[in-house]
Design a protein around this ligand. Structure first.
Ligand SMILES: Cc1ncc(COP(=O)(O)O)c(C=O)c1O
Length: 384
């Protein structure tokens, strides 16, 4: 028996909308093959050496230019660095910004595997509820005051304000301003997971918290996982100078000569050549069509009492089912009917979200999404 290569396990007969993975057909293998050869031609042996700890200059320069142009926030080269993607960056920020016993606030529901990363650290997690407008800033204010009354101070907040995983929601503009203001006053570091920013289907994404906050308040994590390919393990972060300096001068990056240096130079070529922007355009058009197919099919096939909000970007649709439905139990019945999803309880620290589920519309084409919605509708009607 050969050992596995991939995280995903495909089960014959099941259209599994539980996986938040891209369709292999949409991955830019031709552009990456070309860029790999060009990186070796252009950078020569420099591509194969230990790299600069903060990441190779040409990629930092390209990213800085793009952020300045798209987000209207002048970013200097000491406020940005290359990472191995958002999972790595989240782990590193927590390593360098928290101490054992610190309180970390997390939006709830939130990306379940970010919770796993947070739980690798000896911090205590406090959920902050969200609604259709994103994080509840009023409740966050109360939580912070209650903590203070008990002599505690929360150090960090982890949130996905743009095309959230799992809900697809964007934090409302007014709440973005309120959040940044509150964090500034409370000296709370916001970790803004911005992994879906480039996958915007209804016009430009809202401003990042990073772009509207005073320096040092937000560490924004960006990744090439969703826009190019997750197997690259490459991303970047923008944060205050002192945090970037702390991370870039860590033993990890000093010893390793940066992170994924060769990959970063290949991606530099993809970005400089225009292939990155072409890929984003291609993905947005494919994912927009898939999102619309799924939403249309849900309208046609789901029974009364189910609700959802159309996401303006990202990978996911979040469904709310009648309150008595337990999606953790529904899941195995639905799979026996040929459709998979992620049950809502997985994205919460407490027992909320039991009647919710997450569907990803990125792994399958429109016809399979339509069939998945039909099977889900049948499963919901027949489930006892
Ligand atoms: C919100 C969120 N953050 C981070 C990740 C993982 O990012 P990376 O591949 O850059 O580690 C994902 C992947 O699903 C995600 O949805």
């Amino acid at each position: 028996m050969s050992l596995p290569i991939l995280q995903i396990v495909r089960r014959p007969g099941i259209i599994d909308l539980g996986w938040g993975h891209p369709d292999p057909e949409l991955l830019p293998s031709v552009a990456l093959k070309r860029a790999t050869a060009q990186a070796l031609d252009y950078f020569g042996a420099q591509a194969l050496q230990y790299g600069f700890p903060a990441g190779p200059g040409p990629l930092i320069e390209w990213l800085t230019g793009r952020i300045n142009e798209r987000e209207g926030r002048a970013t200097s080269s000491d406020e940005i660095m290359i990472t191995a993607g958002n999972s790595f960056a989240l782990d590193q920020v927590l390593t360098h910004c928290t101490l054992p016993g610190d309180t970390v606030l997390i939006a709830s529901p939130t990306y379940h595997l970010a919770v796993r990363i947070l739980q690798d650290h000896p911090v205590s997690l406090v959920p902050v509820p969200t609604d259709q407008g994103g994080l509840r800033i009023d409740v966050l204010g109360t939580i912070l005051s209650n903590l203070r009354a008990k002599g505690h101070r929360a150090k960090v907040l982890y949130t996905i304000p743009t095309y959230d995983n799992p809900t697809g929601v964007c934090l409302e503009d007014e709440r973005r301003r309120q959040l940044v203001q509150l964090a500034t006053v409370e000296e709370l570091l916001i970790i803004e997971d911005d992994v879906y920013r480039d996958l915007a289907y209804n016009g430009p994404a809202p401003p990042s918290l990073w772009s509207i906050a005073p320096p040092g308040v937000v560490a924004r994590l960006g990744s090439f996982s969703k826009s190019l390919a997750p197997g690259l393990r490459l991303g970047w972060l923008t944060a205050g100078r002192s945090l970037v300096s702390k991370l870039a001068h860590s033993g990890l990056l000093d010893s390793g000569g940066g992170i994924n240096h060769f990959t970063a130079l290949v991606v530099t070529i993809v970005c400089q050549s225009g292939d990155y922007d072409a890929q984003i355009k291609h993905l947005c058009s494919a994912y927009r069509e898939r999102r619309d197919s799924l939403l249309h099919a849900l309208e046609s096939h789901l029974p009364e009492g189910c609700s959802w909000k159309a996401p303006a970007g990202g990978f996911f649709v979040w469904l709310e089912l009648p309150s008595k439905t337990n999606t953790a139990i529904l899941r195995s019945y639905a799979e026996s009917q040929g459709v998979g999803f992620m049950p809502g309880n997985i994205f919460h620290l407490d027992d909320r979200g039991k009647n919710c589920l997450r569907l990803a519309f990125t792994l399958y084409g429109p016809a399979e999404l339509e069939e998945a919605a039909r099977r889900l509708g049948m499963a919901l009607r027949n489930f006892r």
